[in-house]
Design a binder for this molecule. Structure first.
Ligand SMILES: Nc1ncnc2c1ncn2[C@@H]1O[C@H](COP(=O)(O)OP(=O)(O)OP(=O)(O)O)[C@@H](O)[C@H]1O
Length: 245
């Protein structure tokens, strides 16, 4: 296998005495989908925020394309090729869907010729081109989720971090977004997905990392992880409703 695009090495993030992320390591390769799962409070969001630069790790290193990016701020990481979505969808509500994506294509101090054409191409990839001219606030939830992915894609990421983009969607809407994410993998984008929708994560992910109480408790292909005793115990022990099927 090629050198990992993203390497997380012995990363910890503590809040006072609470070890929200405790000595976690994993790799993400080009064109790979890695699922990050675990019961509520496992540390998934904290790990995600640490990789995307919103939290500084208490210890450990994060490398992107062979370069140490530990502690870099989000805007610099975005410019390097690490894109992310937000759990709470937050488009500019009062501008059009297209202009929302144009803002990502252009970015601060980044003039781009034909930004609108590029934004349209991004909207096609998330099957939202037919909604380009309406105000973002008028989109239905599944469309808002796809716009969130489009805004992240507009920055031309090589790694895309997706935070619960399937939450609140119907099974049919989940199928649709799964198809879009599989398409991004075919383009060679590496995806790190934090998600509670087990059906989706199990069928989409090439590999899965499982966290519980801040630690990595398992890693591997979906079928192996789902049968792992520690994983089953971590979910059942917390009476979590999102256990792997
Ligand atoms: N900013 C913060 N300050 C203090 N504690 C925090 C902070 N953010 C998270 N925590 C704590 O860190 C632990 C891990 O939380 P985190 O949100 O990362 O888990 P999670 O796996 O994403 O959970 P969920 O699936 O419920 O979103 C929890 O005990 C949480 O209360």
């Amino acid at each position: 296998m090629t050198r990992p695009l993203l390497q997380v090495r012995e990363v910890s993030r503590w809040f006072g005495g609470l070890r929200a992320v405790d000595n976690v390591s994993f790799d993400l390769h080009e064109g790979e989908i890695l699922g990050l799962i675990g019961p509520n409070g496992a540390g998934k969001t904290t790990m995600f925020e640490t990789i995307s630069g919103f939290h500084r790790p208490t210890a450990g290193t994060i490398t992107f394309d062979g370069r140490d990016i530990t502690g870099q701020p989000p805007h610099r990481l975005a410019r390097m090729g690490i894109g992310r979505t937000f759990q709470i969808v937050q488009p500019f509500r009062d501008v059009s869907v297209l202009e929302n994506v144009v803002a990502g294509v252009v970015g601060p101090n980044k003039p781009v010729s034909d930004a609108r054409g590029q934004a349209r191409a991004v909207l096609e990839r998330v099957k939202l081109d037919h909604r380009a001219s309406i105000l973002a606030r008028n989109l239905a939830l599944p469309e808002k989720k796809r716009l969130e992915v489009a805004r992240a894609l507009a920055t031309r990421p090589r790694v895309l971090l997706l935070d619960e983009v399937m939450a609140g969607l119907t099974p049919a809407e989940i199928d649709e977004i799964m198809e879009i994410l599989a398409g991004l993998r075919r383009e060679g984008i590496a995806l790190l997905i934090v998600e509670h929708v087990m059906r989706a994560i199990m069928s989409l992910s090439d590999r899965i990392v499982v966290m519980a109480s801040g630690r990595k408790i398992a890693e591997g292909v979906p079928a192996v992880v789902a049968a792992n005793d520690k994983v089953i115990e971590a979910y059942l022990g917390r009476r979590n409703t999102h256990a792997p099927a």
